[in-house]
Design a protein around this ligand. Structure first.
Ligand code: NAD
Length: 428
């Protein structure tokens, strides 16, 4: 395929990465957003999300004239061969995916789409959405294609340009092949299928990852009760290629902008066809239990009660390498600590904004200031490299709760502190 004319609606993690990377692959891309400030900043080459390589690709695309940013989808789609929908699909009131943004875009662009064009869902959308969009469009000359995105925040560009697979599904096989062709240069395995299957791949994959994390968190709890070490257990499991080593680290519970809403949405999807997906409900319940066990561990470290206790938190983002706070387990832990009357000071290398109920500081050593307990909540490597003797000197108490098993316990011990991880023997 030569150069294609593409419109990308929504310039968040997925849309901006899609637009910038498709431009880098040689296509001509117009990105659309409703956020005028964002569009103005992006047009000037300013990227506000933390994604390695993305600002460079945006600047390159702008300079090459292959990438532009506009407000207003109708004009952007008028000349497009493919229109990618990359708008949010957050958790709705009933727990299912809220499709209002997707439907708003479809209503906005419906009669402006040129004949022969493909509308492509990259947003994570419930099974049946492609068919629903086709019904809303009611156009025989426009194809609807499901092409879910699997990139991870923090490595979005590398994931987009080096995907494990491309999944494309449509009732119109020619349109599906055309969309797959946009990625041909990436050389990734490609699954061409119907729209419903493509839509389900995304939920089935994300929910499997959530299940793996809930499973390992439960195994970590068993380790604590049985006197085993989860580090050795997961190492022993991970060498098994059927299991694999990734998504096998216990933590404070899984979160982020995708797993919570996608597990909830798949439960609603299953319910809608009368299937009791007990395994997935248990996955979600285990995640809440894990968060509660972490809170209990922090309370125990504080001497039993959280009221009036000074807690220093290292990490707010839902994982290292991103400044995304959406549904972050670290924030969830922080808000429960605050609700129990703890005095919370937090630091995250990628977060400077003020947050309700706590002090957010730019210097990691300030979280230790008079702290009764210091808690690691996000696996930023820089926390392991802190001077733990200097941390200890500032603390009032002597306990570090490491919910990511990130720190070297010996280093913490050498600083005169005790170390409590997850699923590992306590060191004091
Ligand atoms: P985001 O919130 O970062 O970005 C969405 C963008 O869409 C925002 O810039 C917003 O202003 C814009 N927008 C909203 N309504 C619009 C409209 N009517 N017209 C034009 N623009 C509009 O969201 P995201 O994280 O990029 O996620 C988008 C979709 O991709 C979701 O369905 C999500 O589940 C899915 N997804 C996300 C990731 C991820 O890691 N973030 C990975 C894979 C899939």
């Amino acid at each position: 395929m030569g150069t294609a004319r593409i419109a990308v609606v929504g310039t968040g993690y997925v849309g901006l990465t899609t637009g910038a990377c498709l431009a880098a692959l040689g296509h001509r891309v117009t990105c659309v957003d409703v956020d005028e400030v964002k569009v103005a900043r992006l047009s000037a080459g300013r990227v506000d999300i933390l994604e390695p390589g993305l600002p460079e690709l945006v600047v390159e695309g702008l300079a090459a004239g292959r990438l532009s940013f506009v407000v207003g989808a109708r004009a952007a789609v008028a000349n497009a061969e493919g229109v990618f929908l990359c708008v949010p699909t957050p958790m709705g009131a009933g727990g299912g995916a809220d499709l209002r943004a997707v439907e708003a875009v479809v209503a906005e662009v419906g009669d402006a789409l040129p004949a022969g064009c493909a509308v492509i869902t990259k947003s994570t959308v419930p099974v049946g959405t492609a068919e629903r969009i086709a019904g809303l469009l009611d156009r025989d000359d426009v194809a609807v294609v499901a092409n879910p995105e699997f990139l991870r925040e923090g490595s979005a560009v590398a994931d987009f340009l080096g995907p494990d697979r491309i999944v494309v599904g449509s009732a119109d096989p020619a349109a599906a092949r055309w969309v797959a062709g946009l990625y041909r240069d990436l050389g990734a395995p490609t699954v061409l299928t119907d729209a419903a299957s493509a839509e389900l791949v995304k939920y089935a994959a994300n929910c499997f990852l959530a299940m793996k994390l809930s499973y390992v968190n439960a195994v970590a709890e068993l380790c604590e009760r049985l006197g085993a070490d989860v580090a050795a257990v997961t190492e022993g499991m991970g060498h098994d290629r059927r299991i694999g080593r990734t998504f096998l680290a216990p933590g404070p519970g899984w979160g982020g902008s995708c797993l919570p809403k996608d597990t909830s949405a798949l439960l609603r999807i299953a319910e809608s066809v009368g299937f009791d997906f007990g395994l997935l409900s248990a996955t979600v319940a285990e995640n809440i239990a894990q968060r509660d066990r972490v809170i209990a561990k922090i309370a125990a470290a504080a001497g039993g009660s959280l009221a009036g206790t000074r807690i220093g938190l290292l990490g707010l983002a839902f994982k290292a390498g991103t400044n995304d706070l959406r549904d972050s387990p670290a924030l969830s832990v922080a808000s429960v600590l605050c609700a129990h009357g703890a005095v919370v000071t937090a630091h995250d290398p990628a977060v400077a904004e003020p947050l309700p109920g706590m002090a957010v500081v730019g210097d990691p050593y300030r979280v230790a200031e008079r702290a009764d307990v210091v808690v690691v909540l996000t696996e930023w490597p820089e926390f392991a490299a802190l001077d733990w003797a200097a941390m200890a000197a500032r603390m009032a108490g002597d306990t570090v709760v490491d919910t990511r098993n990130l720190l070297d316990p010996d280093t913490v011990l050498a600083a005169g502190l005790s170390w409590t991880g997850v699923g590992r023997p306590r060191q004091r």
